[in-house]
Design a protein around this ligand. Structure first.
Ligand code: IMP
Ligand code: MG
Length: 178
């Protein structure tokens, strides 16, 4: 029996073991480029990033503080941070801090670009972005994440936190919907 969501078949794209090993090298890249021993404020974009976030921050080791945002994923045609609708903003003060914004996937790029513009106004010392997955072909705005786990083709993916209509988040591997 094949795995299905909403009666569509799922095909494996990235197995759990590949994710786990990539997280180690990704954490090394991040620690090398952000100031090695200084505190990092890791901000997760809910809900899709929750599993990636939990695994990555543990690979990053000590001297990490965490916070989360919840934003509405609907944007109108104007590409400005005015259009971000926060359902939950951060609670920590990021002024003068090293900040790492973490999301599951960058697709059109609108979410990350708008959040970066918003957080830059709070004057962090350093603001970097990290995503597990990058659908480069789908970009609609001029923005790339600083750290990327895997580049993937233009396919709808689920698992490891990512959902399709709230289904599939707890799958351990990443699948595409056939
Ligand atoms: P962007 O603003 O278009 O870059 O959208 C990013 C958000 O869209 C991500 O945080 C995901 O929540 C969602 N998303 C984009 N592609 C997928 C996918 O293939 N599976 C699940 N969620 C996706
Ligand atoms: Mg998301």
């Amino acid at each position: 029996m094949s795995l299905r969501i909403k009666n569509k078949e799922l095909e494996i794209l990235i197995p759990e073991s590949n994710i786990k090993s990539r997280l180690k090298s990704l954490a090394d890249e991040i620690r090398k480029e952000m100031n090695k021993n200084e505190e990092i404020i890791a901000i997760g974009i809910l809900k899709g990033s929750f599993i990636f976030f939990a695994d990555l921050v543990r690979e990053l080791g000590s001297n990490i503080k965490i916070d989360f945002v919840v934003v509405s994923s609907y944007f109108d045609k104007m590409e400005s941070s005015q259009n971000i609708v926060f359902k939950k903003d951060i609670e920590v003060d990021i002024k003068g801090k090293n900040v790492l914004l973490i999301d599951d996937i960058i697709d059109t790029g609108r979410t990350l670009k708008a959040l970066v513009e918003y957080f830059q106004k709070k004057n962090p010392k350093n603001l970097k972005t990290c995503v597990l997955l990058d659908k480069k072909e789908r970009r609609e705005v001029n923005y790339d994440a600083d750290f990327v786990g895997f580049e993937i083709p233009d396919k709808f993916v689920v698992g490891y936190g990512l959902d399709w209509g709230e289904e599939g988040r707890t799958l351990k591997d990443i699948y595409f919907v056939k």
